[in-house]
Ligand binder design. Structure first.
Ligand code: HEC
Ligand code: HEC
Length: 487
């Protein structure tokens, strides 16, 4: 009664847009069972915990967080001061009145950090690819981090928020949340040296972690995976790491995907490079967030469970999002807008648009979304009969590296056709982020084994497949690129 009275007495200022969504239980069995596309070998498609088990978990409150400073930049007494503060829960659905309130609350969910560590007494330094902000605070995204106070007097460090991976640093230094991420663990000399010095025990520990994150025993048994993941190979993976490409759990150390932009997500029918999760409605996005923030490593793939007791990421085992938090998060993601495009249409770009049509690009990347939202089979994948009849499937392969689609826990056998919108502020093109520019994407030299992409110290060999537009003259290629940059 009291709550109702408070609502009735609330000032009418925002009542014109008053917004009281009816939020379903997102983790309900029929939707959970149907939201993921079967794996290339459907016998091993994940089976998740059921609705009753899920709702028995405790809701994870979202606490106020505080910046971490670069070494030597922290104001005197800062951490002591933080220890005097009370914990503050900042997500409270009872206080949300308008749609704008819900979206703002969704940003809190996007920014909050579920993976917690005890804060060390000494200066912490997470190697970020970026310098500290002018005031000495570290960028909020991973591997930067935030202090969290869940209990007065106890400081913890939180990482792995959505914002940690899904934030871009724009050329002017500003942060753009939701745009393709710049997450990076740069291969510093110190990290390389540590990797070179690995002992058999520490190599073994590394392999075990890798197995929880990426193991797929129906494709390759553990022993053979470990034999392949030698010290030298692990070192090589470190050396070729680059901004915006990250082996998310369930993908592969050997074929890590790029971090996609979330701007424009509402119009996408499939999520992930392999189209692993359907996006039929807001509920699928909520379920995607649930699985990706830890529930997926607890799933069963046939008789294989990557981790029985702990999710790969969340130290907060036994907790979950609330449906209100997820609803707000999804509304926030849907609200993300692209920045104004400085590349306005020109004579050159209009010529490029004609080339785009002549080359047949629009067959797969038609306006206005510049994707037909379909799945294309990876090289070597035989499309199952029942999928052939689906209007979501295009029966032609573009021939890119099939590793991610055929050999991983997100591997459906397909790659989705990505949208070409916003290419002007992206890098890491192709699902593996093999090249950083459209010039390289459209350069036939990338098909050769000796190809060395820019921004990369070590060659990684040919970037095969998607040979569309590779035979253009230099002038036509420049025009096509000018067009693509206007999207
Ligand atoms: C550790 C880094 C990391 C974190 C944290 C992270 N993501 Fe992602 N995200 C990725 C990567 C990498 C992919 C690409 C996966 C693939 O293609 O298989 C991805 C893909 C996605 C996609 C699919 C988009 C598309 O168009 O295919 C969505 C949606 C998404 N993330 C939302 C979220 C949300 C919401 C959160 C927080 C709850 C989150 N992510 C946290 C790295 C991250
Ligand atoms: C038969 C369908 C098809 C045609 C035709 C096609 N594409 Fe694609 N395109 C794809 C698929 C599928 C991918 C993703 C492949 C992957 O990552 O493995 C893709 C990826 C891309 C990318 C990388 C986008 C990103 O987000 O990383 C660009 C750029 C691109 N295409 C441009 C073009 C241009 C320009 C043309 C015409 C010259 C063209 N495409 C023709 C299906 C097609």
């Amino acid at each position: 009664m009291l709550v109702l009275a408070a609502v009735l007495l609330a000032p009418p200022a925002t009542s014109a847009q008053s917004f009281s969504p009816s939020i379903p239980k997102f983790w309900n069995d029929p939707q959970v069972e149907s939201f993921e596309v079967p794996l290339a070998n459907p016998r091993y498609s994940p089976r998740h915990m059921n609705s009753a088990e899920y709702y028995a978990l405790k809701v994870r409150p979202i606490y106020k967080t505080y910046p971490v400073y670069a070494p030597g930049r922290e104001p005197a007494g800062y951490r002591e001061h933080l220890k005097t503060l009370e914990p503050e829960v900042i997500f409270d659905p009872a206080r949300l009145r308008s749609e704008a309130d819900w979206i703002a609350a969704g940003q809190l969910v996007f920014d909050s950090e579920p993976l917690l560590f005890p804060a060390p007494e000494k200066d912490v330094f997470f190697p970020t690819p970026l310098p500290p902000n002018a005031d000495g605070t570290l960028p909020f995204f991973v591997p930067g981090a935030r202090y969290i106070i869940r209990k007065k007097g106890v400081l913890e460090i939180g990482i792995n928020a959505c914002a940690g991976c899904h934030t871009r640093v724009m050329p002017d230094g500003s942060y753009l949340r939701g745009a393709q991420g710049v997450f990076d663990f740069p291969a510093t000399e110190e990290r390389l040296e540590r990797a070179r010095k690995r002992t058999p025990e520490s190599l073994r520990a590394y392999q075990e972690r890798s197995w929880i994150l990426y193991g797929a025993p129906w494709v390759e048994p553990k022993e053979s995976y470990f034999a392949r993941l030698t010290k030298e190979v692990a070192l090589q993976h470190l050396a070729v790491s680059r901004q915006g490409v990250l082996p998310r759990q369930g993908t592969s150390e050997f074929a890590p995907p790029h971090i996609p932009s979330l701007i424009g997500l509402r119009d996408r029918k499939f999520l992930d490079a392999t189209g692993f999760a359907r996006h039929r409605d807001i509920g699928d996005l909520a379920r995607y967030a649930i699985t990706n923030q830890g529930l997926d490593t607890l799933a069963h793939f046939g008789d294989f469970q990557p981790s029985a007791k702990a999710t790969a990421f969340s130290s907060e085992i036994g907790t979950r999002y609330s449906d209100e938090q997820l609803y707000a998060l999804a509304l926030y993601i849907y609200s993300l807008q692209p920045p104004p495009n400085p590349n306005q249409p020109s004579t050159l770009s209009r010529r490029g648009e004609k080339i785009f049509l002549q080359q047949g690009c629009a067959g797969c990347h038609p306006a206005p979304l510049y994707t037909n939202n379909k799945l294309t089979p990876a090289k070597g994948f035989t499309v199952p009969e029942e999928m052939k009849r689906s209007s979501d499937v295009l029966n032609v392969s573009v021939g890119t590296d099939p590793t991610l689609a055929l050999t991983t826990r997100r591997g459906t056998g397909f790659y989705k056709v990505p949208s070409l919108r916003g290419l002007w502020y992206r890098n890491a093109l192709g699902h593996g982020g093999w090249v950083d520019t459209l010039e390289e994407w459209l350069d036939p030299a990338r098909l050769k084994p000796e190809f060395v992409p820019k921004n990369r110290s070590a060659p990684r060999g040919a970037v095969p497949g998607h040979e569309f537009g590779l035979k253009l003259s230099a002038d036509d290629r420049a025009a096509l690129i000018a067009f693509l940059k206007t999207l």
